[in-house]
Design a protein around this ligand. Structure first.
Ligand code: HEC
Length: 96
């Protein structure tokens, strides 16, 4: 009987472990931005160390923003994200 409880507990730990793992590998623009960009650009895109990044589409094309995200600038580090995440966060940012 004791063993059954141990197994049940183990299964529960594994199940909850898996579901929390899912949220931390989220691939939506907002989560990627919060993880990799918000420290410099602010959690509401208002700017902090870096400039505000709202209304980027009035200033740049999507391809230009993608290039900034991939390569960085003099003051912003490049290569923060892999190719897929850069695309997702750029698309998300262009809507803001
Ligand atoms: C270490 C701080 C830092 C991080 C992290 C960072 N940036 Fe930047 N970012 C900057 C700075 C500083 C500038 C201004 C660059 C310049 O003037 O050369 C900038 C400029 C930009 C610009 C151009 C803004 C404009 O008006 O010209 C965009 C778009 C941008 N960042 C998007 C992002 C995205 C998306 C991420 C996350 C993948 C990110 N940044 C992460 C510091 C950062």
């Amino acid at each position: 009987m004791k063993q059954l409880w141990a197994i049940t507990a183990l299964v529960l730990i594994l199940l909850t472990g898996c579901s929390s793992g899912k949220t931390s590998t989220a691939m939506d623009g907002e989560s990627i931005y919060k993880d990799s960009c918000a420290a410099c650009h602010g959690d509401k895109l208002q700017g902090a160390v870096g400039p505000g990044v709202t209304n980027m589409k009035s200033k740049y094309s999507e391809a230009e923003v993608l290039k900034i995200v991939n390569e960085g600038t003099k003051k912003m580090p490049g290569n923060l994200l892999d190719e897929e995440k850069s695309k997702i966060v750029t698309k998300w940012l262009m809507e803001k």
